[in-house]
Design a protein around this ligand. Structure first.
Ligand SMILES: Cc1ncc(COP(=O)(O)O)c(C=O)c1O
Length: 375
């Protein structure tokens, strides 16, 4: 599988989670769209693009169990979260409740949007190991809570949250639900209609292996008329719709969006249920081996681990570990959290046991290097 990807063969690439990796045939489709645009930009943008985007949206919607006109393409999941948050009519004193496991940029977006409205962003802090997420989250609910925000799969800790339960409970309490699904498409099977979240923002450029810049925002119909695009442009003219406002965003390269059907086709061809199960088992095995090597306890129950696993590092070791692994051992793997105490491994379609063994072999030496530099 590795030959089907464009990744540098000299790097052991264990960080699919940060920005994904695009397979060669998908990337070629992406470049073909760009060439087609440049051959006749006027006809492409003015006459064809709307229909082409509708086709791409329909393919993505079918893949995720959604109605095509309930979702719109956005550059990335962070954009979608911003758009959802801005569409809410937050009032002074309102509270937005989130897990303490959210992605830093989304925390920043919520802080800024809440500050402008005089609202409060409440993070339910969660210590490791990750457990009882639903109880810990709703323990922070008050009569001022209006919105619940949670990741489907978390960034730093890399775990699958019980998102169905979080959405059910929040909606049952009359709260607006916004899900950050940045890591979900291609990572877990999705049925957005069944999940029923008010807003679901996701990426196709991570685990669906689309080119960078392919995200989406899914919005339940009752909220769509308040959602605007990141900028006001022609799509806001008379009789504007959710799709027109969010899709017509000035001149831009829509090739990444148009390539999403090719990414889905690649995924469906190569990521069978059997292959997915093998990746998940390989990830859980890697986590067990890393915990044993590092002498650390798992940070979450095994059933919360799918294609990513974070393990706890010895105190102080994380500061320069990522750079040491990359520069001295050719291994790309992220050290997570501001306190740099978690190492997160990704197991993608192309990851082999040999890649994991290279990490297990290098890690003690890299830790020794980091310790000697600190001493
Ligand atoms: C949970 C989560 N949300 C949002 C993002 C941001 O994704 P993007 O930069 O594509 O918006 C990430 C990126 O890793 C993430 O892990």
């Amino acid at each position: 599988m590795r030959d089907l990807f464009l990744l540098d063969p000299d790097v052991v690439f264990l960080n699919h989670g940060s920005f994904g990796a695009c397979p060669r045939p998908v990337f070629e489709r992406y470049q073909a769209w760009q060439l087609e645009l440049e051959r006749e930009p006027v006809d492409f943008i003015l006459n064809r693009l709307h229909g082409l985007l509708a086709e791409a949206r329909a393919a993505l919607a079918a893949y995720m169990g959604a109605a095509p006109d309930d979702l719109t393409f956005v550059q990335n999941a962070t954009t979608g979260v911003n758009m959802a948050a801005r569409s809410l009519d937050l009032q002074p004193g309102d509270e937005v409740l989130a897990t303490g496991l959210e992605y830093g940029a989304c925390d920043l977006a919520w802080e800024a949007i809440c500050a402008r409205a005089g609202a409060r962003y409440v993070r339910a802090e969660m210590s490791l190991p990750v457990e009882d997420v639903v109880e810990q989250l709703f323990a922070r609910q008050t009569d001022r809570t209006r919105v619940v925000f949670a990741s489907h799969i978390t960034s730093e800790t890399g775990v699958l949250l019980p998102i169905e339960e979080i959405v059910r409970r929040a909606r049952g309490a009359g709260l607006v639900t916004i899900v950050d699904g940045a890591h979900a498409p291609g990572h877990v099977p999705l049925d957005l209609e069944a999940l029923g979240a008010d807003f679901y923002s996701g990426n196709c450029h991570k685990w669906l292996s689309a080119p960078k810049g392919a995200g989406f925002l899914h919005v339940r119909p009752e909220h769509q008329e308040r959602v605007e695009g990141p900028i006001v442009s022609w799509g806001h003219a008379n009789a504007s719709t959710f799709i027109s406002r969010t899709e017509e965003q000035g001149t831009r390269d829509a090739a990444a969006y148009l390539t999403v059907p090719a990414a889905i086709a690649f995924q469906q061809e190569h990521m069978s249920e059997e292959v997915r199960a093998r990746c998940v088992e390989a990830c859980r095995e890697a986590r067990r081996d890393l915990c044993t090597l590092l002498g650390s306890e798992p940070i979450a129950p095994e059933e919360m681990v799918l294609h990513m696993a974070s393990v706890r590092l010895p105190d102080g070791a994380g500061e320069t570990l990522g750079r040491t692994l990359f520069e001295e051992h050719g291994i790309e793997i992220p050290v997570m959290r501001p306190q740099k105490d978690l190492l997160r491994i990704s197991i993608a379609l192309y990851t082999t046991r040999d890649d994991v063994d290279r990490l297990l072999d290098a890690l003690p030496r890299a830790l020794a290097t980091v310790a000697s530099v600190r001493a």
